[in-house]
Ligand binder design. Structure first.
Ligand SMILES: *[C@@H]1O[C@H](CO)[C@@H](O)[C@H](O)[C@H]1NC(C)=O
Ligand SMILES: *[C@@H]1O[C@H](CO)[C@@H](O)[C@H](O)[C@H]1NC(C)=O
Ligand SMILES: *[C@@H]1O[C@H](CO)[C@@H](O)[C@H](O)[C@H]1NC(C)=O
Ligand SMILES: *[C@@H]1O[C@H](CO)[C@@H](O)[C@H](O)[C@H]1NC(C)=O
Ligand SMILES: *[C@@H]1O[C@H](CO)[C@@H](O)[C@H](O)[C@H]1NC(C)=O
Ligand SMILES: *[C@@H]1O[C@H](CO)[C@@H](O)[C@H](O)[C@H]1NC(C)=O
Ligand SMILES: *[C@@H]1O[C@H](CO)[C@@H](O)[C@H](O)[C@H]1NC(C)=O
Ligand SMILES: *[C@@H]1O[C@H](CO)[C@@H](O)[C@H](O)[C@H]1NC(C)=O
Ligand SMILES: *[C@@H]1O[C@H](CO)[C@@H](O)[C@H](O)[C@H]1NC(C)=O
Ligand SMILES: *[C@@H]1O[C@H](CO)[C@@H](O)[C@H](O)[C@H]1NC(C)=O
Ligand SMILES: *[C@@H]1O[C@H](CO)[C@@H](O)[C@H](O)[C@H]1NC(C)=O
Ligand SMILES: *[C@@H]1O[C@H](CO)[C@@H](O)[C@H](O)[C@H]1NC(C)=O
Length: 412
C-alpha cells in the first residue's frame, strides 16, 4: 500500500491519500457536461464509495457505508466561466452531496478540491446520531494533469479524513476539453503507470513543522510570460524568495519555477502576473502606469498554505517598486526586497520584468536598478584606485632600484 500525504484543510487535520490494490464492481457515475454550444467541456466517469463514522447518543461510534448511491443527480455541475472553474456536483440518497472543482494554469489543469457532505438528521441512514445536521468535509487534492489530456486512475485511491473514508476507482476525467473533443491521450496516475518509479502525481504535501524550509541559497530563476490576442504582452525573469514572519519567526521559502504555473492578463493601464503551485493558491503581481510614461509594481496579493496547514493571505495595492519608463524593461541583478507588509516580503534575484509594450516576445532595453548601477559605478572607481596604487608601487620600486644601482656603481 502506498500512501501520499495531502495538504490538510485547516482544522480538518491530517488527510491520507492511499492507493490500495483491488477493485470491486459497482455502479459507475458518468457525466458528459456540455456548454451552451453543446460542445463537451468536461467528461468524467468514475466509481466511489464512502464510509462515515459518527457518534451516537449512547457515546458509541457507529459506521455507515454508502456503496450503492442510488439515483444520482448532477445539479450544480457547470463548465465554469472566466471567474470560476468547472465543477462536478453530485447529489444522491437523502442529503448527500459530493463536488469536485477544477482550475487551470498555463500548461496543466488540476482537480483542485473535493467536498463531501451528508446530513446526520436523516435518522434512517444515521440512526441515533448524537449531533444532527449537515457535515461537510472539504479536501484539497491538487491532482495536476497536462492540458488536453484525460486523467485515468483505475487503481483505488482513498481519501481519508477524520470521520470519512472516501474510495475512488476506475476514474476517468478531463476538464477544459478543447473543441468539444475528449482527448485520447491518457495521463495515468502513478499507481496505474507501471513505467513510473518517480514521485506521485499528487504534488501536495503536508509540510510538517520540523521541515519548515529555511533556505539560505538563492532561488532558481524562472521565466514567466503572459500572452493575449497579440502575442506575448508581459515578460518576467526572476528568482523569488518569500519571507513570511509570524510570531517573530521568519520562514523563507524559495519558489521553484519548474513546479510553478503562471497566468495573467494585460490591459491598457494595468497588467497582472499570477503564479500558483500546489502550496501557493495565488501570488499576484499587479503592474500599473505612472504619469503615462512609466510603469511600476503597484500591488502584490498572496494566498498560500503554510507548514501548519493554515492559509496565509496578504495584499498590498499601494506599493511602488520596479519603476522604469514605458517601452523599456526593469532590471535588477542584485538581491532586492519588495516589502509587502511587516509580515511578508519578497526577495528577488536576477530580476528583469516588462509588463507593457512587449515587442515580438522580447525584452526592450533595460533600465537598471540603482543597486546595480552603484556596482557599475564602483567598478571604474576600484580599477582607478588599483591603477593609481600600481603606478605608485612602480614609481617607488624604480626610485629604490635607481638608488641601489647608483650605490652599487659607486662601490665598484
Ligand atoms: C469500496 O470500494 C472498494 C473498491 O472497490 C472496495 O475494496 C471496498 O470494499 C468498498 N467498500 C465498501 C464499504 O463497500
Ligand atoms: C458527450 O456528448 C456529446 C453531445 O451530446 C457527444 O457528441 C459526445 O460523443 C459525448 N461524449 C462522450 C465521451 O460520451
Ligand atoms: C457521553 O460522554 C460525555 C463526555 O464525554 C458525558 O458527559 C456524557 O454523560 C456521556 N453520555 C452517556 C450517555 O454516557
Ligand atoms: C435537480 O434538478 C431537477 C430539475 O432539473 C430537479 O427536479 C431536482 O429536484 C433537482 N435536485 C436537487 C437535489 O436539487
Ligand atoms: C472549490 O470549491 C470550494 C468549495 O466547495 C471553494 O471553497 C473553492 O474556492 C473552490 N475552488 C475554486 C478554484 O473554485
Ligand atoms: C437534514 O435532514 C433533516 C431531516 O431529514 C431535514 O429536516 C433538514 O432540512 C436537512 N437539512 C438540510 C440542510 O438539508
Ligand atoms: C426519525 O425522525 C423523525 C422526525 O424527524 C421521527 O418522526 C421518527 O420517529 C424518527 N425515526 C426514528 C427511527 O428515530
Ligand atoms: C481547436 O480548434 C482550433 C481551430 O479550429 C485548432 O487551431 C486547435 O488546434 C484545436 N485544438 C485542439 C486541442 O484540437
Ligand atoms: C508514466 O510516467 C512516466 C514517467 O513519469 C511519464 O513520462 C509518462 O508520460 C507516464 N505515462 C502516462 C501514460 O501517464
Ligand atoms: C529564460 O529565457 C532566456 C531567454 O529565452 C534563456 O536564455 C534562459 O535560459 C531561460 N531561463 C530558464 C531558467 O528557463
Ligand atoms: C492588439 O493590438 C491592437 C493594435 O495595437 C489593439 O487595438 C488590440 O486591442 C490588441 N488586442 C489585444 C487583445 O490586446
Ligand atoms: C525575513 O524578514 C525578517 C523580518 O522582516 C528579517 O528580519 C529577515 O532578515 C528576513 N530574512 C530574509 C532571508 O530576507
Amino acid at each position: 500500500m502506498v500512501c501520499f500525504r495531502l495538504s490538510p484543510v485547516p482544522s480538518s487535520g491530517l488527510i491520507l491519500f492511499c492507493l490500495v490494490l483491488g477493485a470491486v464492481q459497482s455502479y459507475a457515475l458518468e457525466l458528459n457536461l456540455t456548454d451552451s454550444g453543446k460542445a463537451t467541456c468536461l467528461y468524467a466517469k468514475w466509481q466511489m464509495n464512502f464510509t462515515i463514522y459518527y457518534a451516537t447518543t449512547s457515546n458509541t461510534t457507529e459506521s455507515v457505508t454508502i456503496s450503492d448511491l442510488g439515483t444520482v443527480t448532477y445539479n450544480g455541475s457547470t463548465c465554469g466561466d472566466d471567474e470560476n472553474g468547472p465543477r462536478i456536483a453530485v447529489q444522491f440518497r437523502s442529503g448527500f452531496s459530493w463536488t469536485a472543482n477544477f482550475t487551470k494554469a498555463a500548461s496543466t489543469y488540476s482537480i483542485d478540491s473535493i467536498s463531501f457532505s451528508y446530513n446526520t438528521s436523516d435518522n434512517t441512514t444515521f440512526p441515533d446520531a448524537k449531533d444532527k445536521g449537515v457535515v461537510t468535509f472539504h479536501d484539497r487534492v491538487a491532482v495536476r494533469i497536462p492540458l488536453n489530456e484525460i486523467f485515468r486512475c483505475n487503481s483505488l485511491s482513498t481519501l481519508e479524513d477524520h470521520d470519512v473514508v472516501q474510495n475512488y476507482w476506475n476514474v476517468l476525467v478531463q476538464a477544459f476539453v478543447p473543441n468539444g473533443t475528449v482527448s485520447t491521450k491518457e495521463y495515468l496516475c502513478d499507481k496505474d503507470n507501471t513505467s513510473t518509479t518517480v514521485s506521485p502525481i499528487i504534488h501536495t504535501t503536508v509540510p510538517s513543522p520540523t521541515t519548515i524550509p529555511t533556505p539560505k541559497e538563492k532561488p532558481e530563476i524562472g521565466n514567466y510570460s503572459v500572452s493575449n490576442g497579440n502575442g506575448t504582452c508581459l515578460l518576467a525573469t526572476m528568482g523569488l524568495q518569500l519571507n513570511i514572519t509570524q510570531d517573530k519567526v521568519s520562514s523563507v521559502i524559495n519558489i521553484n519555477p519548474s513546479t510553478t504555473d503562471f497566468t495573467g492578463s494585460c490591459h491598457s493601464q494595468t497588467a497582472l502576473l499570477r503564479l500558483n503551485s500546489s502550496t501557493i493558491k495565488h501570488l499576484d503581481f499587479v503592474f500599473a502606469m505612472k504619469n503615462e510614461n512609466r510603469f511600476y509594481l503597484k500591488g502584490v496579493d498572496i494566498s498560500m498554505y503554510l507548514a501548519n496547514g493554515s492559509v496565509f493571505s496578504i495584499a498590498n495595492n499601494n506599493l511602488s517598486y520596479w519603476d522604469a519608463p514605458l517601452g523599456s524593461s526593469y532590471m535588477c541583478n542584485k538581491e532586492q526586497t519588495v516589502s509587502v507588509s511587516g509580515a511578508f516580503q519578497i526577495n528577488t534575484f536576477d530580476l528583469r520584468v516588462q509588463p507593457f509594450n512587449v515587442k515580438e516576445g522580447k525584452y526592450s532595453t533595460a533600465e537598471e536598478c540603482s543597486a546595480d548601477s552603484d556596482l557599475n559605478f564602483l567598478i571604474p572607481v576600484a580599477v582607478g584606485v588599483a591603477l593609481g596604487f600600481l603606478i605608485i608601487v612602480v614609481f617607488i620600486s624604480y626610485m629604490i632600484g635607481r638608488r641601489k644601482s647608483r650605490t652599487g656603481y659607486q662601490s665598484v
